[in-house]
Structures are given as structure tokens and as C-alpha cells.
Design a protein around this ligand. Structure first.
Ligand SMILES: NC(=O)C1=CN([C@@H]2O[C@H](COP(=O)(O)OP(=O)(O)OC[C@H]3O[C@@H](n4cnc5c(N)ncnc54)[C@H](OP(=O)(O)O)[C@@H]3O)[C@@H](O)[C@H]2O)C=CC1
Ligand SMILES: CC(=O)N[C@@H](CCC(=O)OP(=O)(O)O)C(=O)O
Length: 458
């Protein structure tokens, strides 16, 4: 968990949630600050390497403020029920307590009092999973009362160390693997979270030849090989996205923002939605169906692979009134890469080679997503029968859909309606290709820019 608490003298009633971007100073100024800073608190430790803030992805720090003392570890015991007075700050591990003090002062009136003294502590789970609050230093609100621990940086205070302790505990960590500076000033800089997975890899492949987009940073977890410069500790995807600066345009490949109804999300995904307010803003990114809204969107929820290959053929037929809205049966098959790159027993060679097997029968989480889209198209509630299967292929999918035609409609009518043929696979149109198609629209670029390369074969 990338968290810290700041306790202040005096009273407070301020509540401030939501992310606060912490803009990088220019490099020269930053290096000067580094040089004039007092040495590390622990003389054994080598001095902290200055972070180039223009090229290094920041980490998200959650700061919980309290007047008159620190929170206790128990205040953090229940995920999602952390203390309310929170400010989220983008910063780097060379940020000093002085810098954090000035940021806390911006949001907490008590911290701006002349006499105020701030005490900082890190919050982290111990090896039994119990949260510990460990004081790390003090500052005066105004530096003229004598320096305390003002010059100590997060990285010098073992911030890095305890973050890695959170791995495999309650919170997962997200480590920035590398930082690649964009050389072209004109191009739009992109970051890919989860770049070492299958969809990330496919996005990188597509972006390599895109004339307008330049990849600026990549993140990974186990594959994070270079020094860890950024940690979005404790965060689930919705929180990562909630914490990103507001000027960023985001295409989220996960299912986090696809279902408009957050109760339905909780029911199908078995966990509370962590950013319901953002859900209202998200635009469902089925490009061919909702192009206009995608152009204006800041946050696009990229559809799942099965919902993409099911809705694209059905929606035009529904809108044209060519099929009945009952007894829609979807028999879908996906290649194994649809399950992602992580090792899972169900995806071992021996489990999938030379076989086909149904899974998620009657309860696959794409059902509500598909029903939402079909209901929108028809203007009334549509339900489906959906059975996905895993087949012994690397990439690709096939969906056989059985429908009842409306009275007087012929097969040729359906064929005509579908004269635009869709070529869909799980990774490209079903995920990364559609994400890029959406991003092109969001950036006002031609929809197919970077997507016109020959299809993959085999
Ligand atoms: N595969 C597909 O066909 C489709 C996938 N999707 C969706 O796209 C998203 C990505 O899927 P896919 O690429 O297949 O998944 P993969 O399992 O192949 O990759 C997951 C990526 O996320 C990183 N990661 C995993 N856990 C963490 C963590 N706790 N902190 C930081 N990084 C982490 C992994 O890093 P590392 O490699 O270092 O572990 C890896 O880069 C998912 O939401 C999926 O549901 C949507 C449509 C189709
Ligand atoms: C073969 C396989 O396992 N496929 C995945 C679907 C991939 C996808 O679209 O996942 P999201 O909805 O999570 O983005 C599954 O059935 O769960």
C-alpha cells in the first residue's frame, strides 16, 4: 500500500479525497534541490539517486491526515474503509517531507497554522497482515522554526522497502518497469499498464508503427525488471484509473467500467465497485456502435472479447428489426490467449491441447455486458443463453449465434444487413485493436490509423 499518514497539531474538519497531481519541477531546479538537501537519515545507506521527474512515472501516494495524533493501524484494517480524510498525491520516491508538508498544507487548513507541526508515518501490513503505523519524521508547517526532518526523502525513509513487503498480501503492487522517453515532441505520449501481458504486448505491436502515438511508459508486475520507480500499491484497476490525472485520456481494457449498473457489477464480479462516480462518465467502447460518444470521451471501457464478437453482428440485426428478441443462443469459442498470460492450471498444455471445453456455463461475467448492449439496441430487456468454450488455439475466436428471424425475414436479408463483415479475434479487435481504434477517435485521428497492417496468420 502506497500510504502515509500525516498528523497535525490543532483541530481539523477538512475532507479532501481525490487525486492531486504533483507536477515535476524542471530538471535543473530539481537537481539543485537534491544537491542542497541534507544527507540521508541513515548514514549506512547510499545516497538516493536523483529521480528524473520528467522521464520517470510517478507513484501514487495516499496521505491520510489527522489532527492531534496518528491514526491507528486498525483504522486501515478494512479495505475500502480507510479514514476519510485522504489526499492522493502523485510524487516520486525522492520527494522530501518538506515537499509533502507543502502539499498537505494546501488541503488541510490546520496544517497552515503558524505553530503547526506535522508528524509523518508510513502505514503498511506486517507479516501477519496487521497494519502498522510507523513514524518516520516531523516537520514544521513553516520552515522558519528550525529544520526537523524536512530534507528526508521517501526513498531514504525505507519507503521502497516496505512497499515490497506488501507483495502477496492484501494489496497487489504495480511496478513501473521502465520509462522510455518520447523523442518526438509532436506525438501523443501513451502509457500502457500491464504491458507484459498478452493485450499489452499486442498494443505495443500495434503502436510500434502508429505515426501519432509514442509509448512513454510501461508497467508490469512480476516482469518488472528495472529498479522500481513507481508503485501504485493497494490499488485495484478502478482506483488506479480514479487516481490518474484528469487530463489523461484512458482506454481501460478491463471489465471495470463496462457495466453501467454498479450493483450489477458487484453481483457478477463479486466485489464492490471502487469508483462508481467515474462509472457514470465511462463510455462503452464498442466503436462501430457508439463512435460519436467515444470521440468525446475521456474514459472508454473497452469491451470484452466475447461481447465484441457477439454484439457486433447482433446489434445491426436487432436495430433493423430482423430478428426476434427471444431465444438468442450464443455458442462462443476462444483461443487460450483470451485467458491472459498468467499461469493457470486450466490453461496448461495438457488441459487444453486437442480439446474443447465449455466453461462459465450459465454464469459467465460477459452475460450482463452482452445483455446490456443488446437491450440498449432494442430499447427493451433482452436476455441471452451464452456458453463460452476454450479451444486449442493461440489466438482467435468463433461465435455461432442462433436467432429466430422476424416474420417474413429471410437469411438473405440478414446477410445484406451484415454486408460489412467483421473479422474479430480476441486480442486485436477483441481487445488491443479496438482500444487503439477508440483512442484514435478520442484523439481526433482517423479511426483506422495504425490498424491497417495485414492480419495475423496463422
Ligand atoms: N487476453 C484477451 O484476449 C483479452 C483480455 N482482456 C482484458 O485485458 C486486460 C489484460 O489482459 P491480458 O493482457 O490478457 O492479461 P495478462 O495476464 O496476459 O497480463 C496482465 C498484465 O498485468 C500485469 N499485472 C498483473 N497483476 C499486476 C499487479 N498486481 N500489478 C501490476 N501489474 C500487474 C502483468 O505483469 P507481469 O507480466 O509482470 O505479471 C501483465 O503485464 C484484462 O483486464 C483482461 O480481462 C480483454 C479482452 C480480451
Ligand atoms: C479464454 C478466456 O478465458 N477468456 C476470457 C475472456 C477474456 C476477456 O474478454 O476478459 P475480460 O472481460 O475480463 O476483459 C474469459 O472467459 O474470462
Amino acid at each position: 500500500m502506497a500510504g502515509a499518514v500525516a498528523a497535525m497539531d490543532g483541530h481539523r474538519n477538512n475532507s479532501n479525497r481525490g487525486p492531486r497531481p504533483f507536477p515535476p519541477p524542471n530538471r535543473q531546479q530539481h537537481l539543485q534541490q537534491q544537491q542542497s538537501r541534507p544527507g540521508p537519515s541513515n548514514p549506512q545507506r547510499p545516497p538516493l539517486e536523483p529521480v528524473d521527474r520528467e522521464k520517470t512515472c510517478p507513484l501514487l501516494l495516499r496521505v491520510f491526515t489527522k489532527t492531534g495524533g496518528h491514526h491507528s493501524g486498525e483504522d486501515f484494517a478494512v479495505r475500502g474503509k480507510e479514514p476519510r480524510d485522504e489526499v492522493q498525491i502523485y510524487t516520486w520516491k525522492d520527494a522530501t517531507l518538506r515537499e509533502l508538508t507543502d502539499l498537505v498544507k494546501e488541503v488541510a487548513p490546520e496544517a497552515r497554522r503558524r505553530e503547526a507541526k506535522l508528524s509523518f508515518a508510513f502505514v503498511f501490513p506486517d507479516k501477519y497482515g496487521r497494519f502498522v503505523v510507523s513514524p518516520v519524521g516531523m516537520t514544521h508547517a513553516y520552515g522558519n522554526r528550525g529544520k526537523l526532518d524536512d530534507g528526508n526523502a521517501l526513498g531514504e525513509l525505507d519507503f521502497q522497502g516496505w512497499i515490497s513487503n506488501t507483495r502477496n498480501q492484501r494489496f497487489s503492487t504495480l511496478n513501473v518497469r521502465s520509462s522510455i522517453d518520447s523523442s518526438s515532441r509532436d506525438s501523443v505520449r501513451l502509457g500502457i499498464l500491464g504491458a507484459s501481458g498478452y493485450t499489452g504486448c499486442e498494443l505495443l505491436r500495434l503502436l510500434k508503427n502508429h505515426p501519432q502515438f509514442q509509448v512513454s511508459f510501461l508497467t508490469a508486475d512480476r516482469k518488472a525488471g528495472l529498479p522500481v520507480e513507481s508503485v501504485f500499491g493497494h490499488l485495484v484497476g478502478q482506483e488506479i484509473i480514479k487516481g490518474l490525472p484528469e487530463h489523461l485520456k484512458i482506454v481501460d481494457l478491463s471489465a471495470d467500467f463496462r457495466l453501467r449498473n454498479v450493483n450489477e457489477y458487484e453481483q457478477w464480479y463479486g466485489q464492490p465497485h471502487r469508483a462508481p462516480e467515474l462509472q457514470k462518465e465511462a463510455v462503452y467502447g464498442l466503436t462501430e456502435v457508439i463512435r460519436r460518444d467515444i470521440r468525446l470521451a475521456r474514459l472508454v471501457a473497452n469491451p470484452g472479447c466475447y461481447p465484441t464478437c457477439t454484439q457486433l453482428p447482433l446489434i445491426p440485426l436487432i436495430k433493423a428489426g430482423l430478428i426476434k428478441l427471444i431465444n438468442i443462443i450464443i455458442d462462443a469459442k476462444s483461443a487460450v490467449s483470451g485467458a491472459g498470460r498468467g499461469a493457470k492450471e486450466a490453461n496448461l498444455y495438457c488441459e487444453v491441447a486437442e480439446s474443447i471445453k465449455a466453461y462459465g456455463v450459465t454464469n459467465h461475467r460477459h452475460v450482463p455486458e452482452i445483455e446490456q448492449g443488446l437491450s440498449d439496441a432494442s430499447g427493451s430487456k433482452v436476455t441471452i443463453s451464452f456458453t463460452p468454450h476454450l479451444i486449442s488455439m493461440n489466438r482467435g475466436m468463433q461465435t455461432d449465434i442462433y436467432v429466430e428471424m422476424a416474420s417474413g425475414v429471410t437469411v438473405e436479408d440478414l446477410r445484406q444487413q451484415l454486408h460489412v463483415s467483421y473479422e474479430i479475434d480476441n486480442l486485436c479487435k477483441g481487445a488491443s485493436g479496438q482500444a487503439l481504434q477508440n483512442l484514435n477517435l478520442m484523439m481526433g485521428l482517423p479511426e483506422h490509423m495504425g490498424l491497417l497492417s495485414s492480419p495475423m496468420f496463422p
